[in-house]
Ligand binder design. Sequence first.
Ligand code: TPP
Ligand code: MG
Length: 440
Amino acid sequence: MANQKKTTRGVNHRPGKKAEVGERKSDGKTTQAGASPGRQKSLPNAITDYRLEKPSFTLRQIHHGDQVRYEVKGDLSAPAPPLRDSRYLGKEQLIEIYRWMLLNRRMEAALENLYKQGKVVGGVYFGLGQEACSCASAYALKKDEWLGPMIRNQGSLLVKGFSPRDIMMQYMAKAGSPTKGRDASSHFGDIRERNVVAPISTLGDLIPVLAGVALGARLQGKNIAVMTYIGDGGQSTGVTYEGINFAAVQNLGLVLIVENNLWGYSTPADMQFRLKDLAERAIAYGIPGVIVDGTDACQVYDACHEACERARRGEGPTLIEAKMMRMKGHAIHDAAEYVPKPLFEYWKKRDPIARLEAHLLKKRWLTVQANEELIGDVERQLEADRDYAVNSPMPTPESAAGGVYCEEGCHKIAPKYALPKVADGNAAALKQSTAAVHLK
Ligand SMILES: Cc1ncc(C[n+]2csc(CCOP(=O)(O)OP(=O)(O)O)c2C)c(N)n1
Ligand SMILES: [Mg+2]
């Protein structure tokens, strides 16, 4: 990461104290943690920050009698910077990501309309303003690697091979939907073909599950990248700590994207934690921490690509904090009246799709005409998928009992990568200790 700025953080600056881990000494070098067996020789004590701008504002809760409102303090006048050129993405790839992001946004707009027409069963969750984070991150995964999306990561589901038709049918609880009408919204995955673990509503629980997937792959002789997400609110849960720590000590290829979108329901991030940057949490786990502008697809991709490569080399997890803004309420029922309007205006200027579009046009990777064709193509696909989903049947009442109990062969789970190799060729040894398992 040659041209990324590294800052030392997580330090204790009490006067008169000796330099601590990560603290800058007078010779300009940083101190290293003492290496002990089984521990990384040098703990990563610096945060890589990819951003081209560092917004600085705070959100405060103001009480007026029994009324509560939020006030934003800081300079919100800065224009949006250009995107950072990707170090890895070529023209075709970046256009592909742009297409996924457009599809993500247009699909959610269609879902909003379907909800208003009374066709959706349950609520709808939006990732408006977070499309770069969802799409460019999942784009860094290989086909045989795993994704554990959260509710706002419908874009990453598209990248991983679900179609807008699947997602719209799911929201409408149609017979042909991924869960055959048995669950609404985003609770679906595909452990056979697409390698997607269904979102788990209990915030943070996907983290140890995905770490477990990486462990399973390693037992089969392969280091893979596994990717999941957690919000600024959800990262406060205990299981988040447990999951990251487990992945860290086991050197599992977890790529955790902390989506700091400034709100957890109606609680601003500033009331959720005292750190300035959630990436700093990585220091305490002994893993690399990275900050990206979550509205810049190039930054998101580059950080995720590097984290995935690290995972594939068996070097362990990476925590990536993506800073952005939830541009709608928590779900469709929430008008987000509590969000100060200037905050929306500030982030509107940082629209991830408009910025990527401008970037592609400026680089002449996309002409105005090619862009119009691409947008038209996305709209046509979406219309066809929406019509298909709307016109497809609801499940029959008799089908409700199916798929509840185990049916012949439904739980046969074969090793995905290879059979686990055991040191002495004795399968019983595997039961005794996972340490006996060889990596290829
Ligand atoms: C352990 C747990 N606590 C509370 C909830 C209820 N809940 C669902 S979403 C949500 C807010 C999450 O905010 P954040 O993690 O910032 O994600 P965002 O919605 O902003 O993407 C809460 C509190 C839950 N699902 N799980
Ligand atoms: Mg949030």
